[in-house]
Design a protein. Structure first.
Lengths: 388, 263
């Protein structure tokens, strides 16, 4: 993000996180992307380096950092050159906030520290085959039975779903997805641990980008979890889900900006080496102007995302702004990655070329964590409707 | 046991070096600095001994100006307990022996029993200072160590001695040990460490604080004067040998013998 909002701790973290990523991710990024997986022990290594959950409370194993510390780590991880690895390592950043917002002290002490140390992997499961943007449409049910909840249903597109040791799952403990009056009622969050009878994962879903991160279907068949794993009370789910909105959207926006930067840097290096018609590519004015446009869009997105992050840090209500930030950053990233492929010519279409991958990876920024259309809904409802 | 780590900042290994005008050194204007990579192994070794409760504390010793503070802070954030930056107009222009005198005095003042340092700094590549410090202190010195064991005040150190052979050296404290790549994998500063380092102070000490005679250090005392720096000649372009394997191998051997004179 913009150095303007940094103090010495941010700058030091930026340098040490980048150095860690240079050693532990960058040399392997291409191979892990091709393999569609990254080694199990990377979570542990990241935990040892203190890179997981820097914004979480110190008492739970975090570093008590502010929003910029979190975004700095997200940017540094993207700098490793594999968006998939960054997102796979980052799934805790959406799985934990609901636990921090709703969980009891006992639940937090049980679930959070092993995730921040990298001993366990956490995922968040809201999306279902028949309900994504429309969260109130979820059908996975949890029925209370004595000291347990019995869960039935399915989730899909879950980041880190295969490797997750604990999953924060959105379930229905009441209400009715088919009744317009009652569909927002009874949404709850419950933590399901790997190995719980009746909890299965499906295959790793094949996808356009983010190859190194596993994206999976989860199935719950009479899956019995202790009632102690319910976060907050029944019907508190939306409160937990909303705990993610600002953080997740900022993380995705910062990741999009960092992805754009990577694509721009790769392209700047390429246009100096590649020659056509007797000169390097940047010998053409049209190429230089395209690069200027790419740089401008990346800079504008970076500035806007940073400003919203700063306002969030000051405790302002940034619901609408953060939705704008995600859209603006996703769009800037899409433009830059498309132009990057174009300026690389045929090489930009080759799997051995990093911008080919970034072009595929960036597509999700406009979809994941709430689509562009849903962000626009938020901008209307939270930012515009109140003033018309 | 208190450990001292000799830490120097050097231009980043990928920095583009320019010669200053007049040519008494490099132009430091646009240089990005980093901790000398071999010193990172020394620091890590010290921190591991502290983690294993074999050392009570780790103090970083650096000769340099305030521009080195960022590297010192990095070391504190990784886990060093304290730092002393040795800075005095009288230190200006010191050669390796002058620097060694300053560091030896500081080591004595800090009461350390073990000094760890990089095997050399990647800027000057002199590899002289730690040995001189040991000599000035009258301590033993084991250099270029890539494996280290420590028990009850006795050190066992491994080093390559050429041709694949290994030395194993046993020694007792006090000691100066210089560290090579492979000794360990240096940690990076975590945010927790960075926050903690904010509460640690970097002490700045000069000749008077160390009880050091200023006439023994600095430019006036220097035995080595550097006054005509130049960049190494540009590496000539590579050559690709043509023909079938037999021809090319023959040609390669001829070139290595007659032109490169390495065989
Ligand atoms: C790689 C990947 C990783 C993911 N990781 C996770 C995860 O870890 N956890 C998790 O829970 N989910 C995850 N998701 C799911 C993701 O959050 C959803 O895909 C996303 O929210 C969109 O939901 P959907 O796919 O059901 O699309 P739909 O909601 O069906 O949307 C389809 C289209 O309709 C539009 N649309 C929907 N509603 C409206 C409206 N009201 N007005 C106008 N247009 C509308 C959408 O914008 C979109 O263009 C992941 C998805 C992917 C692809």
């Amino acid at each position: 993000m913009l150095d303007l909002f940094y103090d010495d701790t941010h700058r030091a973290l930026r340098d040490s996180a980048a150095a860690w990523v240079d050693r532990h991710i960058a040399p392997h990024a291409a191979a892990w992307e091709e393999a569609g997986w990254f080694p199990e022990d990377l979570h542990r290594a990241a935990g040892d380096a203190g890179l997981l959950g820097v914004t979480c409370p110190e008492a739970l194993g975090g570093a008590g950092g502010d929003v910029f510390h979190g975004l700095i780590v997200a940017e540094a991880l993207i700098g490793g050159g594999s968006v998939g690895v960054a997102m796979g390592l980052g799934s805790h950043a959406i799985a934990l906030p609901p636990i921090l917002a709703l969980g009891s002290a006992e639940q937090q002490a049980r679930f959070v520290p092993p995730v921040l140390s990298g001993d366990k992997v956490a995922a968040l499961a809201i999306t279902e085959p028949a309900a994504g943007s429309d969260v109130a449409g979820i059908r996975t049910r949890a029925v209370r039975d004595g000291d347990s909840y019995v869960i039935n249903g399915a989730k899909t597109f879950i980041t880190s779903g295969l490797r997750a040791d604990l999953v924060t799952v959105a379930v229905r403990t009441g209400g009715d997805p088919d009744d317009p009056k009652r569909r927002h009622e009874g949404i709850s969050l419950v933590v399901v641990e790997k190995g719980t009878p009746g909890f299965h994962t499906g295959r790793a879903l094949a996808k356009m980008g983010w190859w190194a991160s596993d994206t999976a279907e989860l199935f719950f068949e009479d899956c019995r979890v202790p009632a102690d794993n319910l976060l907050g009370g029944e019907g508190m789910g939306f409160v937990g889900i909303m705990a993610n909105f600002v953080g997740e959207r900022l993380l995705l926006a910062a990741s999009a900006v960092a992805t754009a930067r990577l694509a721009l840097d790769d392209t700047l290096a390429f246009v100096g080496q590649r020659r056509a018609f007797g000169r390097p590519l940047h010998g053409f004015q049209v190429t230089r102007h395209r690069l200027a446009e790419m740089a401008g869009r990346e800079a504008a997105a970076r500035a806007f995302v940073s400003t919203v992050a700063e306002r969030a840090r000051r405790g302002e209500d940034v619901a609408a702004d953060v939705a704008m930030a995600k859209n603006i950053a996703a769009e800037a990233c899409a433009y830059v990655c498309d132009a990057a492929v174009q300026l690389h010519g045929g090489m930009g279409y080759m799997r051995e070329c990093r911008v080919e991958r970034l072009f595929r990876d960036q597509r999700l920024y406009a979809i994941g964590g709430g689509t562009t259309e849903i962000m626009n809904e938020v901008i209307w409802r939270r930012g515009l409707e109140p003033i018309v | 046991m208190k450990i001292g780590v000799l830490l120097k900042q050097v231009p980043a290994s990928d920095a583009r070096i320019k010669i200053a005008d007049p040519s008494t050194g490099i132009d430091t204007a646009d240089i990005k600095w980093e901790i000398n990579p071999y010193d990172e192994y020394a620091l890590e070794a010290a921190l591991q001994l502290k983690d294993a409760k074999q050392a009570s504390s780790v103090v970083v010793l650096t000769v340099g100006g305030a521009d080195a503070d960022q590297r010192i802070r990095d070391a504190l954030a990784r886990g060093a307990d304290a730092a002393v930056r040795l800075d005095d107009p009288a230190f200006e222009g010191s050669d390796c022996l002058g620097i060694a005198r300053i560091l030896a005095a500081a080591a004595k003042a800090e009461g350390v029993e073990l000094l760890l340092a990089g095997k050399q700094a990647i800027d000057g590549d002199n590899a002289q200072v730690p040995g001189m410090v040991a000599e000035l202190l009258g301590w033993g010195n084991i250099s270029v160590v890539d494996k280290l064991e420590f028990a009850d005040g006795t050190v066992k150190a491994w080093r390559a001695s050429g041709g694949g052979a290994r030395d194993v050296v046993e020694a007792s404290l006090p000691l100066v040990i210089t560290c090579d790549k492979g000794l360990n994998e240096p940690r990076y500063a975590s945010l927790k460490g960075i926050m903690m380092a904010k509460r640690k102070k970097i002490a700045v000490k000069g000749a008077a604080d160390l009880g050091l005679d200023p006439s023994t250090v600095g430019a006036a005392a220097a035995l080595v004067v550097e006054d005509n720096w130049s960049l190494p000649p540009e590496r000539p372009a590579g050559r690709i040998l043509e023909g079938d394997d037999a021809t090319r191998v023959k040609e390669l051997v001829r070139l290595l013998r007659d032109e490169a004179k390495v065989i």
